[in-house]
Design a protein around this ligand. Structure first.
Ligand SMILES: [Fe+2]
Ligand SMILES: [Fe+2]
Length: 211
């Protein structure tokens, strides 16, 4: 118990992001009144607009210097190489951004990293890309020859689905083959304005897909 006490953080108020904003220093949300919620709504919306893109990209950027476990590039450069190839192939801006972020959670939640990226992007992307993100890891198994325990044809359960072909194409052209250091990889700065534009879209959860 004493050790915990010694380690207590002595925090000062975190500075506001805008000099014209104000704190509401009430200690519980139960105490917030209508005037407080009006401040909350205004400042929160601006804050999210200003920070969302940067924070998403920081999740990717923090992987830049990670070591590799087998490939000649790490997950950060894999994502960049995927996006680079898609840009060179004249894919749409949404497709390029989805490619850039498709493995953003690959290390932190590997088993569910497709769903992680899909949930992140869902309000801003088509159902086609949402479905692709959700299922791309299973589709990638098709390219894993001689991998013990791997069902290469696991994707066949979705054959005939409207987004089957796009998901198979994404994995074949832009995912399973973007693991080498000696191919063109454009820097993240190239893609930042694209990510910003996609994340600035009006959020929508209109299509019927489970989160
Ligand atoms: Fe993946
Ligand atoms: Fe990938």
């Amino acid at each position: 118990m004493c050790v915990v006490e010694e380690k207590r953080i002595n925090l000062q108020p975190v500075p506001l992001a805008d000099e014209d904003w104000q704190y509401v220093k009430k200690r519980t949300l139960d105490e917030y009144d209508a005037a407080d919620w009006a401040i909350w709504s205004s400042q929160r919306q601006q804050y999210f607009e200003q920070n969302k893109c940067d924070q998403v990209l920081r999740i990717l950027e923090c992987q830049k210097d990670d070591l590799s476990y087998i490939y000649t590039i790490n997950n950060y450069y894999h994502c960049l190489q995927t996006a680079t190839r898609m840009l060179r192939a004249d894919c749409t801006e949404e497709d390029v951004v989805v490619g850039l972020l498709h493995d953003i959670g690959f290390i932190t939640c590997n088993e569910t990293h497709g769903a992680f990226a899909a949930a992140l992007m869902r309000p801003y992307i088509s159902e086609r890309n949402y479905w692709m993100l959700m299922h791309h890891a299973v589709f990638q198994q098709f390219h894993c020859h001689d991998l013990p325990g791997c069902d290469r044809h696991a994707r066949d359960r979705w054959r005939g689905h409207p987004h089957f072909e796009w998901t198979a194409e994404f994995v074949a052209k832009y995912d399973q083959n973007t693991i080498s250091y000696d191919e063109e990889i454009l820097p993240l700065d190239v893609f930042k304005p694209m990510v910003s534009r996609i994340l600035s879209r009006e959020p929508s959860l209109q299509y019927d897909q489970p989160l």
